[in-house]
Design a protein around this ligand. Sequence first.
Ligand code: NAP
Ligand code: GDD
Length: 320
Amino acid sequence: MKNALITGITGQDGAYLAQWLLQQGYRVHGLVARRSSDTHWRLRELDIEGDVTLIDGDLADVSSLTRALEASRASEVYNLAAQSFVGASWSQPLLTAQVTGLGVANLLEAVRQVDPKARFYQASTSEMFGLIQAERQSETTPFYPRSPYGVAKLYGHWLTVNYRESFGMHASSGILFNHESPLRGIEFVTRKVTDAVARIKTGQQKELRLGNIDAKRDWGFAGDYVKAMWLMLQQDTPDDYVIATGRTTTVRDMVEIAFRHVGLNCEDYVVIDPAFFRPAEVDVLLGDPSKAERQLGWKAGTSLEELICMMVDADLRRVS
Ligand code: NAP
Ligand code: GDD
């Protein structure tokens, strides 16, 4: 039985990845940061809370990472923990650098010391493309991050590449485009929209305040994307892969899909609020996942319409 350690197991991807690894027969360990209130709701929604071993620790504290690696005896380490909300990275740029950036260095060093043969996955992001330098972004497209989050992730990405090249570690970086699910955090735009649609439909909310609805994203389903993470660590050779659907949609059109699903017209409810605009925007993201299709045999399997309807239905169940 293989052991895996997931940092960020209480987050959206961590929960789905834990479920997938359990299904593959792994013993799953998860690093959990200390919080004053409970953060395990996603593990409970997937009914796997009792099946994983949780270990206290924080990406900013390398001693806790060393202990977690020793305790878990992990042969696969998935680094999903981060301050992952782009908007908050302008109000907390140093925390974002510390956790999302330097946290990767802490974990790579801990892996190198405890078991340099362990396979390592870094959760990189399409935010690194930022001000895009090519219409469709692939593994060879130059990066131009547009937020403190994107800058911190770029450090983590290059450090992963560097540890692979310097020390021969099996370290791979998944450049994942936006992926969503009913377990998405409420601050991200898709879930903010689907939660609002459910509340408006049931008479608990009157309007939905949004920022830049002209932004375009390449949105997929998180449940599909965690399988790509696992596939990367099953390859003989570590590498970097873009994971995306290859289709881009405006926030405006995504909002329309959500309202239409419950028979409402979004124009009656959406209010544009400057408070939700960002100091610098990533206007459009569109991934080219052909390398992942070719080498990993991975392909996105859920359309945006299916995804948004799944999220609206889950939120309707929650608020009813
Ligand atoms: P998420 O839901 O925000 O989860 C982040 C996780 O990190 C949570 O479990 C959180 O714990 C944990 N965490 C935060 N600070 C920590 C610290 N100092 N020490 C230990 N754990 C800490 O994010 P996600 O959507 O699942 O994304 C997973 C990873 O993929 C992130 O690194 C994100 O940046 C990256 N990514 C996401 C997407 C996407 O579209 N979802 C795309 C590309 C890359 P708490 O629950 O206690 O806060
Ligand atoms: N959150 C939010 N709230 N975004 C809004 C709103 C709003 O009210 N109104 C418009 N938007 C726009 C944002 O300006 C952005 O252009 C787009 O919706 C998507 O925003 P988010 O859902 O917050 O995601 P993100 O693209 O900034 O970041 C997510 O994807 C990255 C991968 O590209 C996060 O999951 C990151 O962690 C991830 O790396």
